[in-house]
Ligand binder design. Sequence first.
Ligand code: TRP
Length: 404
Amino acid sequence: MEKIKEKEKEAKTEQEEAAQVVNPWEVSSKGKIDYDKLIDQFGCQRLDQSFVDRVHRLTSRPPHIFLRRNVFFAHRDFNEILDAYERGEKFYLYTGRGPSSEALHLGHLVPFMFTKYLQEAFKVPLVIQLTDDEKCMWKNLTVEESKRLARENAKDIIACGFDISRTFIFSDFDYVGGAFYENMVKVAKCVTYNKVVGIFGFTGEDHIGKISFPPVQAVPSFPSSFPHLFSGKDKLRCLIPCAIDQDPYFRMTRDVAPRLGYNKPALIESLFFPALQGETGKMSASDANSAIYVTDTQKEIKTKVNKYAFSGGQDSVENHRKYGANLEVDIPFKYLSFFLEDDDELEHIRKEYGSGRMLTGEIKKRLTDVLTEIVERHRAARAEVTDEMVDAFMAVRPLPNMFN
Ligand code: TRP
């Protein structure tokens, strides 16, 4: 009897595993994403409270909401970055975006908001890769269109408030060459076809552009790819904030780094920002009603939240008062846990809404206000970003005070 139960359990986990797909190009699952399983499967570590406390101590400033709320929930060697920092050694940050769409949604902003905080808190330089080449190959965009989108997206990224004296933004089409390309070739020589198929799941039908792309995303992890910034600093450590779907690229990078005499990059990895319809994957840029865009008006935000945000509230006021909301599946509550700064207020909502004293309409109203404020702030900041500023961030130049 026990045996049979064991068997059933095994079969179930296999099925569940098959139902959950997470890689840089696809995030899908039948139910909720099982992040614990992902950590096991990828081989990264959970980011526990001791890290939050340690960052607080080392930076002497309150930890970012995404740290406090465990939005960034996994890491690789983040402890080594902090050890080194504590010894007085600096590091640099590396993140990026594949410019596949004109308008960004809130999920796209998550890693950039967090990276901005890290840059400010640790006072370190940052490189931001715009993989226009990647999107040209995967999304079937023309070279020109990918490059145009990269510049448009750069404006949204700059609007997050990065410090120009510590930030270099580059597009692959413009920047790949020189020392960067030399590193790409070194990486490519270390990775067999079998290996890349194992990590990324490419098939014989995929064009060779895709198969040869991973070194492009790998090498910004190595300081020598940026001679104008880090010349003579080959041992400088790199920390990559990203959503966990990017992990395969950096598993590959970490695997080859020691063979090339480089440090392995460290990672700090986030959950996906769920779609309005519920927590089954990350928000899709192709379904306008599944996401809040940074270009949405207050009215659009209100309509989307009221109409599409999946509610864990009960179907009648009577039942809601009696049973309370199911916070596990409730999207307004989930979104507030990403964006409502006030810990006490969130706790209050958890109690009141969870017990049924607060109604779905009320939590949705609060969420609409919170999101509208963020979107309006972003819109105002983006309106200030000129083409000259984009050129300035993207200029290949030294950053003399990047560690001060
Ligand atoms: N591949 C990423 C995307 O499609 C873009 C990217 C490039 C990136 N380098 C990165 C993301 C480093 C995070 C960290 O969005």
